[in-house]
Ligand binder design. Structure first.
Ligand SMILES: Nc1ncnc2c1ncn2[C@@H]1O[C@H](COP(=O)(O)OP(=O)(O)OP(=O)(O)O)[C@@H](O)[C@H]1O
Length: 263
């Protein structure tokens, strides 16, 4: 069995992701410069970096939602930009906004994908939906509507919905944004537990230092559309690169002209 296909209780397969020389231009602006990453099957891989550095654009290329200007992404042996790949790889996205349908109950939000894809009968769908809800401790919320839920619960529902798709690759964009510290810690545990239970490859775009350092097998730092460093959390405990060090432990200098207006 190759490195790209380790056992997963879902479909018996999970996938590594290779980003090769990925360059992306929007109009005349280049937002990704020759980005290369080798994400192993079953790994929790975090992508960190300042706002606007290109993290979400990388994630969108992995999800097949953007076309590369040069270079590309493969998921296992499949080209991420090929629409057929979505039929071969179960990929689920947990986006910043959660994107739940407000007119549908939590249960129906989760049941939507298997119903649309006619994957099983209603009894089978019920089993999958309730299993996903139980992993996220959401059984009691099944009949509620998104408007009745807190931000943290909506995030958990979004993850449960992704799980119903039986993903082999889970992509998270800022999973802990807008969450209080306790809920952030809970979510961190959930992501780690899911990987333990399902061996799913998880790619997490985040600003959240605690999240990344607690769950990542490896972290990539993206600065101005370029990879600045890749390593384990231990590698970055005391970073030698001053740019990464300043990102992780910013030194606020109130004499800096940027703060003049505050005086
Ligand atoms: N569809 C688009 N058209 C034009 N420019 C875009 C588009 N999508 C992203 N960009 C630009 O690409 C750059 C990187 O954006 P991206 O969303 O990847 O940043 P990010 O690192 O995820 O930031 P944040 O942490 O704030 O979410 C930004 O300058 C953004 O304005």
């Amino acid at each position: 069995m190759s490195d790209a296909h380790t056992a997963s209780p879902f479909l018996g397969k999970t996938f590594g992701v290779t980003v090769s020389g990925l360059t992306k231009q929007f109009g005349t602006t280049t937002v990704l410069h020759d980005v290369s990453l080798d994400i192993k099957a079953g790994e929790i891989f975090c992508i960190m970096g300042p706002s606007g550095s290109g993290k979400t654009v990388i994630l969108k290329h992995i999800a097949g939602l953007e076309r590369a200007t040069r270079g590309g992404v493969t998921i296992g042996e499949f080209d991420a930009a090929d629409p057929e790949t979505r039929n071969k790889v179960h990929l689920a996205l947990v986006f910043q906004a959660g994107a739940l349908f407000n007119s549908l109950s939590v249960y129906d939000n989760l049941a939507l994908y298997p119903r649309e894809h006619r994957q099983c009968n209603e009894a089978g769908i019920r089993e999958r939906v309730m299993h996903a809800l139980s992993i996220l401790s959401l059984e009691k919320a099944a009949n509620k509507f998104p408007s009745d839920l807190s931000g943290g619960m909506k995030k958990r529902v979004a993850i449960a919905r992704a799980l119903v798709m039986e993903p082999q690759l889970l992509l998270y964009d800022e999973p802990t944004s807008e969450l209080d510290p306790v809920m952030s810690a809970t979510l961190t545990e959930i992501i780690a537990t899911l990987r333990e239970q399902t061996a799913v490859t998880s790619i997490v775009v985040t600003h959240d230092r605690d999240l990344a350092f607690n769950i990542a097998d490896r972290i990539a730092f993206v600065m101005d559309g370029r990879i600045r460093g890749v390593g384990t959390p231990a590698d970055f405990k005391n970073p030698t690169d001053p740019v990464i060090a300043n990102f992780l432990n910013p030194v606020i200098d109130l004499k800096n002209p940027r703060f003049k207006q505050l005086e």
